[in-house]
Design a protein around this ligand. Structure first.
Ligand code: ADP
Length: 470
């Protein structure tokens, strides 16, 4: 601002990107904002000059002011603006005359070339980004396809060899290769889904399917691992949900599988529950609400925000210990949103987590029959419920019972030299002895160290000591 410029013209417009000039009836410029001063290269001596100096083609200087054919009002017009050094550039401008100050004209102008260049730059960046995204998606699709072919080749051969009923170590190795191939396929599928979702190329495949059969299938996917880990599993389905619904079965299964795999992965003691409710109906569309709860390691308040972002795992030590790509929950979120729903999490560190999500599906209208036939709640329970607090408290019959069960599973794994699984049971045993007397905790610690070192001799000694002390 120059000293000549009156205080009353100091508006927030001073820093506007647009050039703003105010001139009076005699055509004398009384205000010019920073953009105008800089672009017209007048520095501080623009005020006091005639508007004709800036727009000689549009404003003619006369004895009592100026003459112009410019429309005063909202119309955008093309002017040619002249700099102090008499070079010029085209602008888009508006001239306004405020009724409250009839003696004052305001001219707002934009450098057309700059705007055009900027527009072209934006267009160029946009095209480049789209091109890069297309190339990336194609690359990911090709690479994942190329990876899938050899993995499936290995898998097919392994399954053929397994069909020949190999024994002992050979069978164990083949099973391990089979599992590795399955895991690899899961990762490949996740990457492919993620890249399709990111590129907006993901489409849902909607069809009619039997809802309870779908849940049975999901349960079948996890029950072996859950039982192996000694976890309780409960599934409750509201009778208000019709037998058949219309939606993308595969993708609902995918979300449930992901949440259940995580629940199982991050829980070593207690239970996992799944509850499905019908929460709303609009004409023939119903909202299904799924709740998946576990009693696992939980997630802290600060880490919750990171959960649904891509490639995010709560911390590096977790990814080392439990594996995973950190894509699962992000894919779940995007899938659920495609099905007009949302996904949320509630969790407490060391207590457990509850993931819930909703999706909208078409209703096949047979819920009346379902309600008539309904018991208060349809329930598929896999294990008798345990009093979880009693299990955790060292010395209660439930706790000793659970300790014995886990110890016998642990020694079985040791006998089979499956150290990884033995470590899993050891973690449960550690939790079950958390508030045990000092001596017991020390034996448990020695057992844990022996397992970590895969030291068969030491494990059997410590195992016997711990079993005897119960
Ligand atoms: P990943 O494939 O690595 O498991 P996810 O997106 O499914 O990726 O999960 C991201 C992270 O969220 C996990 O690495 C874990 O830290 C956390 N997480 C997810 N589910 C649970 C859960 N049930 N209990 C505790 N932590 C969880």
């Amino acid at each position: 601002m120059t000293m000549e410029q009156s205080e009353e013209y100091i508006f927030p417009v001073e820093h506007s990107l647009e050039m703003i000039l105010a001139f009076d009836r005699s055509g004398i410029i009384v205000y010019a904002n920073t953009a105008a001063r800089n672009k017209l290269k007048f520095d501080d001596d623009l005020c006091g000059r005639h508007i004709h100096a800036v727009f000689p083609n549009e404003f003619k200087e006369t004895e009592d002011g100026f003459e112009t054919e410019v429309t005063v009002g909202d119309a955008v017009q093309e002017f040619v603006a002249y700099r102090k050094n008499l070079t010029c550039f085209p602008v888009e401008a508006k001239v306004l005359n405020d009724g409250a100050r009839p003696d004052l004209y305001i001219c707002m102008a934009n450098d057309v070339l700059e705007k055009k260049i900027l527009g072209r730059e934006i267009e160029k960046v946009k095209t480049e980004a789209q091109q890069a995204m297309k190339v990336k998606s194609e690359f990911v699709a090709n690479v994942t396809h190329e990876l899938r072919t050899p993995v499936n080749g290995v898998l097919g051969n392994v399954r053929e060899l397994l069909a020949e009923h190999p024994e002992g170590k050979t069978e164990k190795s083949l099973r391990l290769i089979e599992r590795c191939c399955d895991d690899m396929n899961k990762i490949i599928n996740n990457i492919l889904d993620f890249s399709k979702l990111e590129a907006g190329k993901f489409t849902l495949e909607t069809r009619k399917f039997n809802f309870r059969n779908m849940l049975d299938y999901v349960k079948g996917n996890h029950i072996n691992k859950l039982t192996e880990k000694g976890l309780g599993f409960f599934m409750t389905v509201s009778p208000q949900i019709p037998e058949y619904v219309i939606g993308d079965e595969l993708r609902i299964v995918q979300v449930l599988n992901n949440l259940l795999s995580n629940a199982q992965k991050f829980t070593s003691l207690g239970r996992i529950t799944v509850e499905v409710l019908k929460t709303a109906q609009v004409n023939d569309r119903i909202e299904l609400f799924f709740i998946v709860s576990d009693t696992g390691i939980g997630i802290s308040e600060t880490d919750k925000d990171k959960l649904f972002q891509s490639f995010s795992q709560v911390d590096a030590s977790i990814s080392r210990k439990y594996g995973g790509t950190g894509l699962g929950l992000n894919i779940c979120k995007q899938l659920v949103e495609l099905m007009d729903g949302r996904i949320e999490v509630e969790s407490e560190k060391n207590k457990g987590s509850t993931f819930s999500f909703s999706v909208w599906v078409g209703s096949c209208g047979d819920e009346a029959a379902a309600v008539l036939a309904a018991q208060p709640e349809e329930s598929m329970e896999e294990e008798a419920g345990e009093d979880f607090t009693a299990v955790r408290m060292y010395g209660t019959p439930e706790n000793i019972d659970s300790l014995k069960r886990n110890l016998s599973k642990l020694i079985l794994c040791v006998e089979m030299e499956n150290w990884e699984k033995a470590e899993m049971f050891m973690e449960t045993i550690r939790q079950l002895t958390e508030d045990a007397p000092h001596e017991i905790k020390r034996i448990a610690l020695r057992l844990k160290m022996a397992i970590q070192k895969s030291d068969y001799e030491k494990v059997t000694v410590q195992f016997k000591e711990l079993s005897d002390s119960l």
